[in-house]
Each structure stands twice: as C-alpha cells, then as structure tokens.
Design a protein around this ligand. Structure first.
Ligand code: ME8
Length: 647
C-alpha cells in the first residue's frame, strides 16, 4: 500500500528587523487556509513558518536599538508568534535561523558543496547595496542607485566564496520547461524565464566578518559568515530535521508549495532551485508568488506612516474578518489595495448582511417554530427550491471548492461560498417560514424549509472553516453541531441530511456586528453653502444618538387589506427577515392593497405597538408627504433582504 503524499507548505521566513505588518500576515494566512483545507480532506499536513534572523538588516536594527543581535531577535520573535496566535495560524513548525540545529544543517550543506568543488574563492569587485545585501554589476546600476530598491550603492572589492550557480542555468531552464506549474502563476513563470535569458552568474555566498559578523560561520573559513539568503533558504529543509514530531525529511520533502511574495521570486526560483540541484536534492513541486498590497493606493512604508498594523486590525475587527477580506478582495497573485472603506464595506455586506444574517434568522426561526430543535425534512414537501439548494451546497463542497483551492484561487472559492449564502437567504425570503408557521396545516412544509436552511448552514460551516476558523466554530455551536474541526471532516463526502436534524440550536451573538463608520457616527459637517438656515435654533437639532435610537429596517409587504370603515388605513403583513409583523399604515388614499403587495419598504421596527381603529399596529412604514401621503419609501432596483438595517 502506498502512503498518500503529505502536504508540506511553507511561508517565507520573515526578517526580524521590524514588527510584523499586513504583508507578513497575508502570506501566513494564505498558507494557513491551505493547511486547514488539506487537513480537513484528510491529508497529512506540515505547515512551516518562522524567522530569518541573520544578516545585515537584523544586525543594523539591533545596533539601532543598542542591543546585541540575539537579544534583538529574542525580543521580536514573540511579536510574530503572538500575532500568529491572534490570527488563528495553525502552523506545525516555527523555525528561527538562530536555532542551533538549523545552523548545523547550513554548515553541513556548505561543506558538501565545498567538497564537491561547487564553492570556490575569488576576488570580486562590484557595486554593493547594503539594503538588499547583494552585489550588482556595472550595467545593472542606474545613476549610482540600486536597481531594486533605488538606494545608493557603493563600490566594494573583496574576496568571497562563490557558489557555481551559473553551471545550473540550463538544467533549471529544462526543469521549468518540463514542469509548467513549477512557478505559479503563469505570469511569474514568464518573469523567471525572462531572467534566465541572460547568462546566470555565480552567487557570492559569504560575507567577510570584518564587514558583517552576524551570521553562520563558514565551516571551511572562520573569517567569513554565510550570505543570509543561503542560510535562510535552507530553512525549508533544515526545519524538517528537528521540528516535526517525527523528524522526516524523507517523508515531507519535496515541499508541495512554497508561498512567497513576488519580491522574493528570483531568490526562490533561481538561487534555491540551483542550490538544491547542486546538493542533489529534488526540487519543490511548486513556488507560488503572490501579489503586493499597497495601502490607500500607496506603497507601505514607515516614513509614510501608512503601515497597516495587523494587531490593531484584529483587535478592532477580529481575526476572521481580516482573513476573509485579504483573501476575498483580490485574486491571489495580483496586487491589491487595502483601505478601511473597502474592508468595512465587506464586513457589512458580505459578513453581517450575508453570512451573519443567514445564521441568525435560521436559528431564530428554529427556536420560534420548532422549540429550538432542527427538524427533519419530509420528502413529500421537497420542491424545486429545496433541490436547487441541496445541489448548490453539494457542488460547492464536493467540486467547486476542491477545484479552486487546488489552484490556489482563494477569491473564487469565497465567491462560490457567498453564492450559496445568497441562495440561502433568498430561499428563506421565498419560503417565508413565519407565514407557514401561522397555519398548523403547513407543519410539514415548515419543518422541511427549516431543515434545508439549517443543512445549508452545516455545509457552509465546513466551507468557511479554512478561511474563518473561529466563525465556523461559532456557527457549529449555534447550530448545535458537535464538529471537531481538528478531524478530517471532509475525508469522506458529506451527505445532505447526514447530520443536523435533532440538534438543539443555541442563539448566540451576531457573528459580525455591522460596523458604523466614523462618518456615520459623527454628524456630517455642514457645507458652508449648505442651506441650513442661520436662524435654526440649536435646540431644534437632534444628536446622532437620537437618530440611532430609531430602528429602521427593510421589510417586504406580504399581504394588505383595508381596515373596515376607514378610507385611509391599510392593514399590512410584512416580512422583517426573522419574523412577520402587522402594521397599520395611513396610506389607503394613495394606494390600494393590490398595488403594494410584494413591495420592499422601510419600517420603524422598534415602535411601541398601538391600536388604530381597534387594529393592532406593530411598527410604522416610512412614506413621503405631510397631511396626504405622496409615496412609500421603497427599494425598486436592488434586491435587499428583509431585516437589513437602514441608516
Ligand atoms: O524577504 N504585500 O523577509 P521579509 C504582500 N527574510 N506581501 C508582503 C508585503 C506586501 N506589501 N510585504 C511583505 C524576506 N510581504 C526574507 C525571506 S525566505 C527564505 C526569506 C510578505 O520580512 C511577502 O510574503 O522582507 C514577502 O515575500 C515577505 O513578506 C517578505 O518578508
């Protein structure tokens, strides 16, 4: 019997020259989603992340802080580890390049290359960029500036050790040719092919201690330390020797995928691949280089003061909203822009109105109509609506999701998931369980509908889990499911109707409370030319809180009839998303009942009930006009779910 191939995924190991930011969070979250999905489908997963602690950048940061480099690393490492905890990162190993075991492996591999005469010593003169820690040739340097980071370069001549990288150029080209999905996405593969059109030079893999002392000493020359990239790349193999519970380079290597940002594609695709070839170690199956985040359209930088602090984002909005936004907003591989407006927009529309609303209305209805127990379906009551919902949920979990996750298309996976959420919400709107609940003759139909709503959520819970693990757990809790997400829940196909029924639901807090933006909270500043009459007495104005005390909601008119003996009053039955209400409205002179059935309107939902001509009214509709009503406030061209808040 052959063992299934394990899924070994890595992130870059981040420099500890500064605290982590949104870019570091992005790659690590993406790797976490893949790791969680592959565990869910029953694969053996090893997920490695960690820190790159040597080299000039770290030495300089430590000097600036006035402490020894190791102490500096020890201070910063917990900042990354705590952030990964806050972001629910489920890595299996955390490597630090100052780990003694890692250093031993680096030295062993260097010695092997040296013994094989693949490392030689030579005098080299070139233009050195301290920031990028690399030499450039005369033709690369542009006006005395580094072509990569645009910082000044200095001419440096020194003796160094070189790895015969150029010798492997053709083999690397052949490998790229034979393995079209080795570098992904396709556009990045083309970049690497382009890079390899020029002759590939040998790589300086040492730094004299006189210039840089913070690194791993070369095993064959104590006057030198190892170039930080040679040291760092080896982490992908050295970590397997001492971090897994059963150390096994043999079983876990080659890596399934190295996730990296596009900035470090060359070091991975070219340096690392040729190092592995020289060491006679197989190459990883794939290297995926994702795109770059800017903030409000600008490059993130300390000097601009626009670095997004993931700690602050998580504290304010929660880990899952952040995880969702980063992977939903842009296709993985393309560049994207982070702005608070788009983030909050996604929270309110996709998370609060979409997923949160579907869960809360389903749980509320099951509590109200079925004593809190998820009912069973009755085959005689299953219509096309139910068949469509079931087919959509099954194809999401069994086909669409595996397809897109395998291709590392996070946004497509999430789009498909939100397609099902929308279908679920529309299903509840169409079947209107609160109307069914009025007549005991509909009991079987009502149970069938609520079963299907709950079952859709059971499937959604699994689809959401890799992306939003905390949310999935809370959904399972509210649905009364005893899911243990650490198990391979999708190892075997899940069947519709296999769980759920009989569970006791538990109403919990909203999954994603709507975020009121500062603009909505603070009264808008009047434009100088705005027509606020100068004489308007301050006492006539209300504060925002007064307005917020009025709960305005979208409602759909299900039925309407005239109140006997009144020319003005209509008695309406409206759908409020989770309940049906009766509202008496003075709109009978403008509208006849048949005109308004099916309209989506706005109602005041927290008004004390009152009796109008002896008929109870549980709210008020919004309409324009003074003595005479001229028109109802309606939504004509957008499909908005009943129950959605209006502000
Ligand atoms: O390069 N957008 O570490 P590093 C998206 N130590 N991703 C971003 C980003 C942004 N604006 N900024 C950073 C190093 N990243 C080396 C790696 S690996 C053997 C050694 C992410 O701290 C992205 O993954 O500069 C990028 O490749 C990585 O952080 C660079 O992290």
């Amino acid at each position: 019997m052959t063992m299934p191939e394990p899924f070994y995924i890595t992130t870059p190991i981040y420099y500890v020259n500064d605290v982590p930011h949104i870019g570091h969070a992005y790659t690590t979250i993406a790797a976490d989603v893949l790791a969680r999905w592959h565990r869910l489908i029953g694969e053996k997963v090893f997920f490695l992340t960690g820190l790159d602690e040597h080299g000039q950048k770290v030495q300089q940061a430590a000097a600036k802080a006035g402490i020894a480099p190791q102490a500096h690393c020890d201070q910063l490492a917990p900042q990354f580890q705590t952030l990964w905890q806050k972001l629910a990162i489920s890595h299996d190993g955390f490597i630090r390049t100052t780990d003694a075991q890692h250093q031993t492996v680096v030295q062993r591999l260097l010695q092997k290359l040296y013994d094989a005469q693949l490392i030689y010593r030579a005098e080299y003169t070139g233009w050195y960029c301290t920031f990028d820690e690399r030499f450039w040739t005369e033709k690369d340097v542009d006006n005395g500036l580094c072509p990569d980071c645009q910082r000044p370069v200095e001419q440096l001549g020194e003796n160094n050790y070189f790895f015969r990288m150029g010798q492997f150029q053709q083999r690397l080209l052949d490998h790229l040719e034979a393995n079209p999905s080795f570098i992904r996405p396709e556009s990045r593969r083309n970049e690497v092919l382009g890079f390899l059109q020029k002759p590939l030079e040998d790589l300086s893999i040492s730094r004299p201690k006189s210039r840089l002392s913070w690194g791993i000493e070369l095993p064959f020359d104590a006057d030198y330390v190892t170039y930080v990239w040679f040291d760092a790349l080896v982490n992908y193999i050295s970590g397997l020797e001492y971090l897994p519970p059963q150390p096994s380079v043999e079983r876990l290597w080659p890596a399934t995928v190295h996730l990296v940002g596009k900035d470090i594609l060359t070091t991975h695709a070219v340096y690392w691949s040729t190092m592995l070839m020289a060491l006679e170690i197989p190459l990883p199956h794939a290297i995926f280089a994702h795109g770059w985040w800017t903030v409000n359209g600008e490059k993130m930088s300390k000097s601009r003061g626009n670095v997004v602090d993931p700690y602050a984002v998580v504290d304010q909005f929660g880990a899952d909203a952040f995880r969702y936004f980063l992977l939903r907003e842009i296709p993985f591989g393309q560049d994207g822009d982070f702005s608070h407006e788009s983030f909050i927009g996604r929270i309110n529309s996709d998370l609060a109105n979409g997923l949160g609303n579907l869960l809360s209305r389903t749980v509320t209805l099951i509590q109200r109509c079925c004593q809190g127990i998820v009912p069973s379906s009755h085959p005689s009551e299953v219509t096309e609506l139910e068949t469509e919902l079931q087919a959509a949920a099954e194809s999401l979990i069994q086909e669409t999701m595996p397809h897109h996750v395998r291709r590392i298309e996070f946004n497509r996976t999430l789009e498909a998931t939100w397609g099902l959420i929308q279908l679920g919400n529309q299903y509840i709107d169409k079947t209107a369980p609160w109307v069914l609940a009025k007549d005991p003759a509909n009991a079987k139909r009502l149970q069938t509908v609520l079963f299907h709503a709950a079952e859709t959520l059971r499937f959604l819970c699994l689809a959401a889990y890799p992306f939003m693990p905390n949310t999935a757990e809370e959904m399972a809790r509210q649905l009364g499911l005893s899911h243990d997400f650490s198990q391979a829940l999708l190892k075997n196909p899940i069947a519709w109707g296999d769980g759920g029924s009989g569970a006791t639901v538990v109403k919990g807090k909203a999954l994603f409370p709507r975020i009121e933006t500062p603009a909505a909270q603070s009264p808008a500043k009047p434009h100088p030319e705005a027509s606020t009459p100068a004489s308007k007495d301050e006492d006539d104005l209300i504060g925002i809180q007064d307005f917020q005390n009025v709960e305005l909601k979208v409602a759909k008119i299900l039925a309407a009839e005239r109140v006997p003996k009144s020319s003005k009053l209509l008695k309406l039955q409206v759908d409020l998303g989770t309940e049906q209400r009766q509202i008496v409205a003075g709109i009978g002179k403008k509208y006849s009942p048949e005109d308004i059935i099916g309209k989506t309107i706005v109602v005041v939902a927290n008004l004390k009930p009152a009796k109008l001509m002896g008929v109870e009214s549980q709210g008020m509709v919004l309409a324009a006009g003074d003595q005479e009503v001229q028109g109802l406030v309606t939504f004509e061209d957008v499909d908005i779910h009943p129950g959605t808040k209006v502000k």
